[in-house]
Design a protein around this ligand. Structure first.
Ligand SMILES: [Fe+2]
Ligand SMILES: [Fe+2]
Length: 188
């Protein structure tokens, strides 16, 4: 696996400045959360560093990687290119950063939508992405505060916020976010 410094220099070159800064903030937030919730700090740091590795690829490149790897997109995923960087992220993370750890790759895969019955590492990366200090949207302070108090409550609020936002905007909602939220509601 590449060293963290090598990963950073790759990201600095392949991400926009704002996306790179976002990544560093997700790293910082994920490490803090990992300490609180007893998640492997090193895995959290690497997953956070790598989570948006594919974010600034063109839609064309993302789609080619999806096709080359014979990934079957659902109809909804096919129509939602915003999700593609999280589908492609683990593939690029494996190839370029030489990440082999399945827990890390899975946290990268699910950082945008969440999924049913997430691992603690997946939860940390999902919510760190949403609440890093650079994020500012109505309600973020509450989700931030809750996330450092009670991880599941923070995630439930985060998912509810995102689903409500998408509903209000008339956008489609990824089925995995619904399942992630249902699971937390039903297992409180
Ligand atoms: Fe992302
Ligand atoms: Fe991100």
């Amino acid at each position: 696996m590449l060293s963290k410094e090598e990963m950073k220099s790759y990201l600095k070159e392949h991400l926009t400045e704002s996306r790179y800064n976002h990544t560093l903030s997700v790293v910082e937030t994920a490490i803090r959360l990992a300490q609180i919730y007893k998640v492997d700090k090193n895995k959290a740091e690497i997953a956070a560093l790598a989570h948006d590795i594919a974010k600034n690829m063109t839609i064309y490149d993302l789609k080619s990687i999806i096709d080359e790897n014979n990934i079957k997109l659902s109809y909804d995923e096919e129509k939602t290119p915003e999700l593609w960087h999280s589908i492609v992220g683990p593939i690029v993370g494996k190839k370029i950063f030489k990440i082999e750890d399945e827990e890390i790759l899975s946290a990268m895969r699910w950082h945008t939508t969440g999924r049913e019955n997430m691992s603690k590492l997946e939860k940390v990366i999902y919510i760190a992405d949403m609440i890093e200090p650079g994020r500012s949207f109505p309600g973020v302070d509450l989700i931030r505060k809750e996330s450092f108090n009670d991880l599941d409550k923070g995630i439930l609020q985060g998912l509810t916020h995102t689903i409500k936002y998408l509903l209000d905007k008339g956008f489609p909602i990824d089925i995995n976010s619904i399942k992630a939220r249902n699971y937390l509601v039903l297992n409180k």
